[in-house]
Ligand binder design. Structure first.
Ligand SMILES: [Zn+2]
Length: 148
């Protein structure tokens, strides 16, 4: 990234490039320090170095959160557990049977609570959407990193 706009306490030289990462909306990180993104020009080489987010083997809490759901080999959404993954629909239905559909033992291909607008229905919708985004991002990231 190229320093382009002075900020009172930043010790950079206008026009020089520095190695850093795009940290979050509006902020970049250079050597473990955060700086305002609007003081820098983001270069193509910075974009090429965006850290890969998708992993099947999360090593820390951030990676765990970014990879908390996924799609298994059978096309089913799973929730990642510390010891084992859980099928999302089975997980939702276990709770649905305790909260909303007491006593139901039937197996369904959708969560029971999809009809009832409770927190479990919301969890199901958010997790399914995130799994879909992760799978799409995985394809994109693998394509980006093919030659590296
Ligand atoms: Zn419910």
């Amino acid at each position: 990234m190229r320093y382009k706009k002075k900020h009172n306490n930043y010790d950079f030289e206008i026009g020089k490039t520095y190695e850093g990462i795009i940290y979050s909306k509006g902020w970049i990180m250079i050597k473990q320090q955060l700086y305002r993104m609007n003081c820098f020009e983001i270069l193509q080489s910075d974009v090429d170095q965006v850290k890969k987010l998708v992993t099947d083997d999360p090593k820390n809490n951030v990676e765990m959160v970014n990879n908390a759901v996924g799609v298994d080999a059978n096309g089913n959404v799973f929730l990642r557990g510390v010891y084992e993954d859980k099928d999302l629909i089975e997980y939702c239905n276990e709770i649905c049977r305790e909260k909303c559909y007491k006593g139901s033992t039937e197996k369904y291909s959708d969560p029971l609570c999809l009809e009832c607008d409770c927190p479990i229905a919301n969890l199901y919708i958010v997790a399914t959407g995130m799994a879909q985004l992760r799978e799409t991002l995985k394809v994109y990231e693998n394509e980006q990193n093919k030659d590296k």
